[in-house]
Write a protein that binds this ligand. Sequence first.
Ligand code: SF4
Length: 104
Amino acid sequence: MFKHVFGPVPSRRLGISLGVDLVLPKSCNMNCIFCECGATKKLTLKRERFKDPEEVKEEIKEVLKKIKPDYITFSGSGEPTLSKDIGEIILDKRAHRCKSLCDN
Ligand code: SF4
């Protein structure tokens, strides 16, 4: 069971997409009415370390031993670019020859 990685999910646009959640619920600078994560109780623009990046990278590495997704999609509990570690994690995934995509 993984804590930060979910899926993979089939996507007509992306093919096979592996989800990675870099933030804690619900960390976002928006409060979209249609958000599947529910209402944003505290809007924020503050970038933070929400999760241990080494733990996230290790989890992704474990999953990539079993599957080869077309994309890694940063999504999940809020706005992924609020994570201070997103750049480092994307660069690590490039080493695995995966395309990365930010989505929220
Ligand atoms: S996570 Fe996405 S959909 Fe939800 S409030 Fe933030 S921007 Fe809107």
